[in-house]
Design a protein around this ligand. Structure first.
Ligand code: IVH
Length: 667
């Protein structure tokens, strides 16, 4: 959570982001501008799950605002509405409900000295040095409160403004591992369980891979995905629906209170016994030295954790002492969040290039003097969009801060104005596509600038690259250099043109010897009989990735059928068919396995699981995860699992790999 006002005096750093706002000589305008700027970052963070500046710079904006408001109370009043003291993550699109107990923030600390300060305040309050704490990972997702009444899940709310949250019950019920009913006999009448909805890295990678295939922007980080998924009113795409997980770590209201144990660490085992998913990697620490080393240990194992974290949460273990310490205005006095610094470094911006994506989106990219950030050498970073670039006011030659905060792509978060060279030139965002010269168009928010020309060579190169990749027809040897030459010489204007290429074309395009050209021609020829879905997904039409392509093949049977049913794909599919692509199984009878339901178990020598499933689907069959009433065949490889016994019990025919291969048509 973002910083709260009561913490402002704790923070000293005044980052370079400040320099971007108006000077204090016009306090009213500066206050207004700061408020707008802070509100914009709050909005980005809470609603879009994105950050454009580091937490330190954000905190500095708030420090600066508080100081200005304090020194200029009349201007503060005249500048209009105040910011809410606690950022509000409500999107206004979901029904709302009040929390029984407010959902508080945590006071942030960033240095060992600040953590010692926290411990020393409690030491003084309780007059003892041997205070025991639990040190837990701070999961980086979105906070959720689940109400169970007599053991039944009745409601799940986001944090909202801390008092009222948004109802996400249906979404949370569908999260893997969240029990609809708690186990055990001795359950409280009513309990609010607090936890974090988050996306583990493996799920995040899986979702982004599927998005890349579908031609969609990747999520910047797991938190952005978690926030998006948790609050979506409609059903997310199938690949994203299963990505969320819950980790429970606390309690709001509990009736009766006596249902709860005396210590924080015991909550975890109680939750587990009820069947709730709980946080992992928590440790106990007594006194300030152990406390510091526990936090340090968490920091050091952070790269190995399978879920995203942005710090450690330190809590007094005794719940009696927690109650005695009490809560401040919107954060408890018995706990703090120790935030790990995002990995960042300063370097020089030497150039800005503008990339044209498959869909025509223009993205400015910072070309940097290579610098090491958290163990990785970074020489390029995204500047997001023309609008973001203008807001940062970054100029060629500037010293910039590059950050990697568990994000996929490094970002530029600020400019060090103190080091700006006198001759630093502003970057003028092109009004024409840098590739084809077509005037660009702005869409929706002015943030998105696009080249609208379908024939733009940059877009075409990316489309062809996607078509030739493993997500598409899979043509070995057709790499970016060759694609660039083929497009440059006008030999290829769309994927179907690849199938008309001749040996002399490739030689003319600079593919060395005749033998090398032959190898590529063979790879192109082989790809004519790739599975049907590959041609569909290979077109890279937004929203039509692997899963959607498979579904289209299942539904319509043939590429011709899809071309008829889907106007967006029609021209390109017909061109491919004219060019002679013949995916197996969809040419004649609409699929040899039409309507048959398969289940796979064990390891096959000739196929991966995914390949076997793809072949079955290409022949019109379907694949299920477990043996059931509708199963027609079980395909059993080496070391089959329990599905084999289940199939035998039900009398489902079991195919070995040879029989399966024959069924597919012998290859
Ligand atoms: S305890 C009174 N423990 O961090 C607040 N919070 O700024 C009690 N979070 O919104 C929070 N991991 O969603 C706690 N192990 C953990 C946590 C954790 C993540 C989140 C939480 C809260 C935010 C606090």
């Amino acid at each position: 959570m973002r910083l709260h006002r009561s913490l402002l005096p704790l923070l000293v750093s005044a980052g370079s982001a400040l320099a971007a706002v108006a000077p204090a000589s016009e306090p009213r305008a500066a206050i207004r501008q700061l408020r707008l700027e802070i509100a914009r970052h709050d909005d980005l963070y809470h609603r879009a799950g994105r950050t454009e500046i580091s937490d330190t710079d954000y905190d500095a904006l708030r420090v600066r605002l508080a100081a200005l408001e304090k020194d200029n109370p009349a201007d503060a009043l005249a500048a209009g509405a105040d910011l809410p003291p606690v950022p509000d993550d409500r999107a206004g699109t979901l029904p709302e409900h009040a929390h029984h107990e407010p959902m508080l923030s945590l006071t942030k600390v960033r240095t060992p000295a600040e953590l010692r300060g926290f411990h020393e305040r409690l030491e003084r309050r309780f007059g003892r040095e041997d205070l025991t704490y639990v040190v837990e990972p701070k999961y980086d997702g979105i906070a959720v409160s689940l109400t169970y009444e007599r053991g039944r899940l009745v409601r799940a709310l986001t944090r909202g403004n801390g008092r009222t949250g948004e109802d996400i019950t249906a979404r949370v019920r569908a999260v893997a591992g969240v029990p609809g009913r708690l186990r055990g006999g001795d359950l409280p009448e009513k309990i609010e369980i607090r936890g974090e909805l988050h996306v583990p890295f493996a799920e995040f990678d899986r979702v982004n891979a599927a998005r890349a295939e579908a031609g969609l922007e990747p999520y910047a980080n797991p938190r952005a995905l978690a926030a998006g998924l948790a609050r979506r009113a409609d059903a997310p795409p199938a690949e994203e629906a299963t990505a969320l997980r819950l980790a429970c770590f606390g309690v709001g209201r509990c009736e009766p209170e006596t249902a709860l144990p005396g210590h924080q660490h015991e909550l975890t085992s109680l939750f587990r016994s009820w069947g709730l998913p709980v946080i992992t990697h928590a440790a106990m620490a007594t006194g300030s030295e152990e406390l510091l080393s526990s936090v340090e240990r968490l920091r050091s194992i952070r790269p190995e954790l399978v879920f995203p974290t942005d710090g450690a949460v330190v809590k007094l273990d005794s719940r009696a002492l927690q109650a005695a310490a009490g809560d401040g205005m919107d954060a408890p006095r018995w706990a703090v969040a120790y935030k790990f610094a995002a990995e960042a470094a300063e370097t020089r911006l030497v150039a800005i290039t503008v990339q044209v994506g498959r869909t025509g989106a223009l993205t400015p990219v910072a070309e940097l003097v290579p610098v090491e950030v958290g163990g990785v050498t970074v020489s390029r970073a995204t500047l997001h969009s023309a609008a973001a670039l203008a807001r940062l006011d970054v100029r060629l030659g500037d010293s910039v801060r590059v950050q990697r905060a568990g994000d996929v792509i490094p970002v530029i978060t600020s400019v060090n104005l103190a080091l700006r060279p006198a001759d630093a030139r502003p970057f003028v965002f092109p009004s024409e596509c840098p590739e084809c010269g077509t005037p660009v168009v702005s869409e929706g928010s002015a943030d998105a600038v696009r080249c609208p020309a379908d024939s733009c060579p940059a877009r075409l190169r990316r489309r062809l690259g996607h078509f030739a990749s493993k997500s598409g027809a899979g043509i070995d040897g057709l790499g970016p250099v060759l694609i660039e030459r083929l497009v440059g010489q006008g030999l290829v204007r769309e994927p179907a043109d690849l199938y008309a290429l001749r040996r002399e074309d490739l030689i003319a395009a600079g593919v060395g010897s005749g033998a090398a050209s032959d190898r590529i021609l063979e790879a192109i020829a082989r790809s004519r009989s790739a599975e049907a879905w590959r041609f569909v997904a290979g077109l890279g039409v937004p929203g039509v990735g692997r899963a959607a392509a498979r579904e289209l093949v299942r539904r319509h049977g043939t590429l011709e059928g899809i071309a008829v049913a889907e106007p967006r794909l029609r021209d390109q599919l017909l061109a491919l068919l004219r060019a002679g692509v013949r995916p197996p199984g969809v040419a004649g009878n609409g699929g040899a396995l039409r309507g048959k339901m398969f289940v796979l178990t064990g390891e096959l020598a000739g196929f991966t699981r995914a390949e076997a499933a793809a072949r079955i689907e290409a022949e019109g069959g379907r694949v299920a995860g477990s043996v059931g009433r509708g199963t027609d065949y079980l395909v059993a490889g080496e070391n089959p699992g329990t599905k084999l016994a289940e199939a035998r019990k039900r009398g489902v025919p079991v195919l070995g790999e040879d029989e399966f291969t024959r069924l597919l048509g012998g290859n």
